[in-house]
Design a protein around this ligand. Structure first.
Ligand SMILES: NC(=O)c1ccc[n+]([C@@H]2O[C@H](COP(=O)([O-])OP(=O)(O)OC[C@H]3O[C@@H](n4cnc5c(N)ncnc54)[C@H](O)[C@@H]3O)[C@@H](O)[C@H]2O)c1
Length: 316
């Protein structure tokens, strides 16, 4: 049977994700939903009309959903659901400022996903990411491997891009990694970063690496400050769409994602940014990598910070 993916939320993140997913041409159907009357249907019409030009056969369906789950029948049979519903940051806001508003939205969406697409893998992108991922698992009651969040692919892409720009080398020659939370306790991992296979630390002075680490940590805020009305979506949607594709193709690709950690790195019982093998059932396995002592300490610190915040979400 053909594959089906749903993107909940037809804002900037959702619409660009739907476009990327459709252009991959690996799904039969991309469903895009929103609570705004007409918007998802309009986007679907427009995207479908790009098919002859871009040369893909995927059909896009746009549906407006109601407060009591009206319209959610359209997501039935989805293999993957990407949740982008929720407010983005404005200049000066931290992701945590979105907690209460977005928790209500994500909970309502997740409950409907559980009802109408009980076998789907859920990829959460709404912020604050680590908390919304934990909340989506709680609200769906899906096995923890079937609920994951997108943050690490984006943060890693930003780090890689900054290194490539600083050294004027192709992005393809650079590998970086970020773990930890999608926020203040993000953990960029220079010890696992390379340029043309050489350790980053051999080709860039420590102060410059630190500058790029800080720039990566503030990567989202830098975009928000320039856009003024919302947050980034091109790089974020690229990351989420790749994750959804890995699920649809059962690829086993290893990606930095927000996943349930159960003993890896000596950390348990928390959704945290780690590398994981992604397949048809979501997270196949969390992949541990050797970390320097300071990186390990930072990851543990991130785990405790998000654990404290995730503990509060059941009341939201
Ligand atoms: N994880 C990441 O790396 C990352 C990166 C960028 C943005 N984000 C987050 O993604 C989210 C979306 O960002 P955006 O730029 O698309 O914002 P946006 O304002 O453009 O779009 C959000 C959409 O969600 C819709 N929505 C609200 N409640 C809904 C509901 N109950 N059901 C369905 N749709 C609903 C809104 O109508 C709106 O169209 C934000 O929370 C943002 O912070 C995450």
């Amino acid at each position: 049977m053909g594959k089906k993916v749903t993107v909940v939320g037809a804002g900037f993140y959702g619409s660009t994700t739907a476009q990327r997913l459709a252009e991959y041409d690996v799904f039969d159907t991309v469903v895009i939903t929103d609570i705004v009357e007409g918007k998802p249907a309009g986007l679907a019409l427009d995207l479908n009309q790009s098919r002859p030009v871009e040369g893909f056969e995927t059909t896009i369906v746009g549906v407006t959903t109601g407060p009591n789950g009206e319209g959610y029948e359209a997501i039935e049979g989805s293999d993957v659901v990407v949740i982008t519903a929720g407010l983005p940051r404005k200049p000066g806001m931290s992701r945590m400022d979105l907690l209460e508003t977005n928790a209500k939205i994500v909970r309502q969406v997740a409950e409907n996903v559980a009802k109408y697409a009980p076998n789907a893998v859920v990829i959460v992108v709404s912020n604050p990411l680590d908390e919304m991922t934990a909340l989506a698992q709680l609200a769906t009651q899906f096995p923890k491997n079937r609920v994951l969040g997108q943050a690490g692919m984006l943060d890693t892409a930003r780090f890689t891009n900054f290194v490539a720009e600083a050294l004027s080398v192709p992005v393809k020659s650079v590998r970086t990694l970020t773990l930890g939370s999608h926020g203040d306790t993000m953990v960029p991992v220079p010890s696992k970063s390379t340029v043309n296979g050489k350790p980053l630390r051999d080709v860039m002075p420590a102060e410059q690496i630190e500058e790029l680490v800080v720039k990566t940590r503030n990567g989202g805020a830098e975009v928000v400050a320039l856009l003024k009305t919302g947050s980034a979506y091109y790089a974020p949607s690229a990351a989420a769409a790749r994750m959804a594709k890995a699920v649809a193709e059962d690829s086993g690709d290893v990606m930095p994602v927000c996943a349930w950690v159960d003993g890896e790195y000596g950390i348990s019982g928390v959704y945290l940014g780690v590398e994981a093998e992604i397949g048809a059932q979501g997270v196949k396995r969390v992949v541990e990598t050797d970390l320097d002592a300071d990186e390990m300490a930072a990851l543990k610190e991130a785990a405790e910070a998000v654990r404290a915040k995730q503990a509060d979400i059941s009341s939201l």
